[in-house]
Write a protein that binds this ligand. Structure first.
Ligand code: TYD
Ligand code: MG
Length: 466
């Protein structure tokens, strides 16, 4: 077999083929297949035939209750970051932080590096994208230049690992970014799937063998895929996405994968001219621009992991000039909106067929919970009828296709958060939990969506100025 062989690798999903094609059979993406050389050492997950044929040697097997040398986690002291990682960086693990270019990944990690270094940990920050002077400038801006972070501008993995092996073992290593790294073991250009995979493999192996925590930074493409580094997602122990909307200053750090903790947590930050600051009460931020008494707005009491988040849902239902009316959603699931509209049409007698429907989650926030159904339905009915919903009311509950309102988890926490922020009443499902929050006494618990629609319609006559 030839020692050097070229293969064709999809830059989106990492599938390997023997010949070029315009479309990847594996992920269906167009123009993502690129010719790459593999130098016959099997690094980069090349074809099995290329792997070395040495005989395996037995490794020592260990028991579960053996000694663990250090505290497994190093907390940064930045509460929102520690919340997203599940209590701090885990020693001997690799974490991928993904996000659009310019969203603030380097800023966040520089702040984390400085915080950890000030707590006496050895932190090494390797920048492959910026020169040392640039990184220093940012650190100055963040007020972090006096933190004892060790800095290098380097892209070769072998050089980086050799540097890390010198002196005391680092507690945290930040590699910014994985797309710029390259290893001698693979022939292709930096940023290609082969290089990214081979580099990540070497770095992760280093993390596991030395016990340092490694953070890899990865840029994401427009459609939300981590380009190239997507193949790294299954190799690392955790994946965090740093997201934000253009025009808004806040950023959300979302846990997508975590082998050592929960995956539904978020950390909320605000970007200022002095870097990222923590937002410990996101509800206040998302409700900040709220104008009471406008039809079409409903406050949803949601949960993100262990934390309640209150956010305003805005709907606009307007007569449509089009044969097929428009349905546009920002911040929620399109299919779920269609479902709620269908339930309103068929079980509640509310017609949207000749109307355009726009739905927006305030502040550019994104909801993934089905518990928002009830708030969405209330906002839609309110906009269509022109009746403003009570300004001091929160909504949550899932709607089934039969039109029934179904209970959701954590009702108690949602109500407590609403009460804390000055809300006085709630519309929620009948649940099995015993409610202790004061606001629960003033709650309305419809068993079907039709009940809620009738109540909103009735409020025009009964309580005109609620
Ligand atoms: P950066 O961390 O370089 O983004 P990434 O590493 O994800 O590409 O952040 C760059 C953006 O953040 C840039 O548009 C400027 C802005 N920024 C601030 O607003 N305030 C600050 O203190 C810093 C350091 C950056
Ligand atoms: Mg950067």
């Amino acid at each position: 077999m030839a020692k050097n062989r070229t293969s064709f690798i999809c830059q989106s999903c990492g599938a390997v083929t023997t010949r070029w094609a315009g479309k990847c059979d594996s992920c269906g993406e167009w123009n993502t297949i690129v010719e790459e050389g593999t130098s016959g050492n099997g690094i980069g997950g090349g074809p099995a035939g290329l792997r070395s044929r040495r005989k395996g040697r037995p490794v020592a097997l260990a028991s579960l209750d053996g000694e663990i040398e250090d505290a497994p986690r190093i907390a940064s002291g930045i509460a929102e970051l520690d919340r997203a990682t599940g209590g701090g960086f885990v020693r001997g693990s690799a974490l991928l932080v993904g996000g659009d270019p310019g969203i603030g990944k380097s800023t966040l990690l520089m702040q984390a590096a400085a915080a950890l270094a000030r707590r006496g940990h050895r932190v090494v920050y390797v920048s492959g994208e910026e020169a040392v002077a640039q990184v220093r400038l940012r650190a100055q801006r963040l007020g972090a230049s006096n933190a004892p972070v060790e800095l290098a501008a380097e892209t070769n993995v072998e050089d980086i690992l050799a540097t890390l092996s010198e002196g005391k073992r680092p507690d945290l290593v930040i590699l910014d970014s994985i797309q710029t790294l390259w290893t001698d073991l693979a022939d292709s250009a930096p940023g290609t799937v082969t290089q990214v995979r081979a580099s990540a493999q070497a770095v992760i192996r280093h993390a596991k063998s030395t016990g340092s925590a490694v953070v890899l930074v990865g840029h994401v493409t427009k459609d939300g895929q981590i380009a190239g580094p997507r193949v790294v997602e299954h190799m690392v122990d955790g994946v965090l996405y740093f997201e934000g909307e253009g025009g808004h200053h806040y950023r959300i750090l979302r846990t997508v994968k975590n082998r050592f903790g929960p995956t539904d947590e978020i950390g909320v930050f605000e970007m200022s001219d002095k870097g990222l600051s923590e937002v410990s009460n996101p509800s206040e931020l998302f409700l900040g621009e709220r104008h009471a008494k406008t039809p079409g707005a409903a406050v949803f009491a949601g949960m993100e992991g262990t934390r309640p988040v209150l956010v305003e849902i805005q709907a606009l239902v307007a007569p449509s000039p089009l044969g097929t009316p428009r349905r546009a959603v920002v911040g929620w699931d399109n299919a779920r909106l269609s479902m709620v509209l269908a339930v309103l049409e068929s079980h509640c007698g509310v017609r949207f067929a000749t109307n355009d429907v726009y739905l927006n989650v305030a502040g550019g926030y994104r909801i993934s919970e089905p518990a928002a159904d009830l708030a969405v339905a209330a906002a839609l009915v309110s906009s269509l009828s022109g009746i403003a919903l009570p300004a001091d009311c929160v909504y949550f509950g899932e709607i089934s296709l039969s039109g029934a309102v179904r209970p959701v988890a954590h009702a108690q926490q949602r109500l407590k958060e609403a009460e804390k922020l000055g809300f006085a009443q709630a519309v929620m499902p009948v649940g099995p939990e015993e409610m202790t929050a004061g606001i629960a006494g003033k709650s309305y618990q419809p068993s079907t969506l039709a009940d809620l629609v009738a109540r909103i319609a009735g409020s025009r006559r009964g309580r005109p100025e609620d």
